[in-house]
Ligand binder design. Structure first.
Ligand SMILES: Cc1ncc(COP(=O)(O)O)c(C=O)c1O
Length: 441
């Protein structure tokens, strides 16, 4: 094996969503990845409890994906998709459309979840305009929602910390209440029983603004970045009913729930609610090449395309929409999903995962546990006056003990590759338990 590369200067890279000063003082560096593990630059093996960032669902370093990228790079490295096409982009779109719900067969390619969110919002606005309802310009998100960092997704998103530095954001945006913190739901397994009524807040926003001003509602079916919020039973169904009643488009941000994470190809299938638009990224290419996508109901595409004057119908797109290497990676990743039935693997291991996650109830500082599919959120009591500090200590201790977890505020979020086996599950929760006890001491 080649020597593990090490940087000799950490100054130039302004790291995203990072405590740059802390990191550069005590760097934790990953150099290689294979299957369920990373290897650090000092040669230590780290069990991946987060599939990178919720994205390497088929495990790391999949040969099929690597070879597909290599082959495509030799055949054609890049070609534009503005007024031109290349076969592999069409093939990738058709493969995505096979996985999305029936009647949602049109796919727009982006390069990330953030771009997918902004693309979906723009498509919703263009759709209403094409139908002669130009007054529908209002976008509704939800408190604690995360839809990436573009101005659209950030505005519709509801995480204060992501918004406060950046001025006025988009106008004509409102938010539904989040579904977190109902005392009846604490330590509930799977979908919580209480909280469907919170969707009725959409009726209040309709009464406040008028349905004729509302274009779309965007939510994550299971919210991840805010700390794993599982939708209460009946909640998404109600949102769907109200959107349908008022002609409002329902967008599911499936950037983390897509590609098998909760036991079906897309989360909407398991949750039994079909949106009008799905955004995706991450698992689409197993994260081997950046790519995102937006799948839309056929009627949306038809209305935008058929009601436009001759020429370009949607004035939106990215240089790299449908990039050949990303398309090759997506097709190879989708092949693995089908061949290895990754959603089926999730359903099989979910009861074991759920039991292991909830066994953390007695660990020091744990105040709630939530799970769904191959996701778990372990919420910790914040230290007085130091929000996030306890979870950050857990992150560091776990990493030093050979486990990668993700923390957001005082919540530890787990989302391992879907190829996980029971011994890995045991290791994850044993290491976490040790960390919680060590930092409490
Ligand atoms: C639900 C959701 N939407 C959008 C995004 C943004 O994706 P990206 O970081 O690829 O822009 C994320 C990232 O975690 C996400 O979880």
């Amino acid at each position: 094996m080649n020597e593990i590369p090490r940087p000799n200067n950490l100054d130039a890279f302004w790291m995203p969503y990072s405590d740059n000063r802390f990191f550069k003082g005590t760097p934790r560096m990953l150099a290689r990845a294979k299957g369920m593990h990373y290897t650090t630059t000092d040669g230590r093996e780290i069990l991946d409890g987060t599939a990178g960032l919720w994205c390497c669902n088929a495990g790391h370093g999949r040969t099929e994906i690597v070879e597909a990228i290599q082959r495509q790079a030799e055949v054609m490295d890049f070609a534009p998709t503005f007024q031109l096409g290349h076969p592999i982009a069409f093939e990738a779109a058709a493969r995505v459309a096979e996985m999305t719900p029936d009647g949602m067969d049109r796919v727009f390619f982006t390069n990330s979840g953030s771009e997918s969110a902004d693309t979906a919002l723009k498509i919703a606005l263009a759709y209403h305009k094409a139908r002669g309802e130009s007054s529908r310009v209002r976008l509704i998100g939800r408190e604690r929602g995360y839809h990436g960092v573009g101005f659209g997704g950030m505005s519709v998103g509801g995480i204060g910390g992501n918004r406060k530095q950046f001025g006025a954001l988009l106008p004509y945006v409102d938010h539904l209440p989040h579904t977190h913190g109902l005392p009846e739901n604490v330590f509930q397994k799977g979908q919580p029983e209480h909280g469907a009524h919170l969707a009725d807040a959409l009726e209040n926003l309709v009464a406040l603004h008028g349905a004729e001003t509302i274009a779309a509602v965007m939510v994550e079916p299971v919210a991840g970045s805010t700390g794993v919020l599982v939708p209460p039973k009946g909640y998404l169904e109600r949102l769907r009913q109200i959107c349908t009643k008022y002609g409002i488009l329902l967008i599911f941000d499936e950037v983390i729930t897509g590609f098998g994470r909760i036991g079906t190809p897309f989360g909407c299938e398991r949750l039994g609610v079909t949106p009008d638009i799905i955004t995706m990224a991450k698992g689409l290419t197993n994260a081997a090449v950046p790519m995102g996508a937006v799948a839309v109901a056929n009627f949306i595409y038809d209305d935008v395309v058929n009601n436009s004057p001759a020429g370009i119908e949607l004035f939106h797109g990215y240089t790299y929409s449908g990039h050949p290497l990303a398309a090759a990676a997506a097709i190879a990743a989708i092949d693995i999903h089908a061949k290895e039935d990754l959603p089926g693997r999730v359903r099989e291991i979910e009861p074991y995962w759920q039991a292991a996650a909830h066994s953390m109830k007695s660990a020091p500082g744990v105040i709630d546990i939530r799970d769904y599919g191959l996701i778990a959120g372990i919420e910790l009591a914040p230290r007085a006056g130091k929000p996030g500090a306890r979870a950050m200590d857990v992150f560091r201790k776990c990493f030093d003990d050979g486990l990668l977890v993700r923390v957001t505020g005082d919540i530890v979020a787990l989302s391992p590759p879907l190829i996980i086996e029971k011994p890995h599950v045991d290791r994850i929760f044993e290491t976490l338990d040790t960390a919680l006890r060590a930092i409490a001491a």
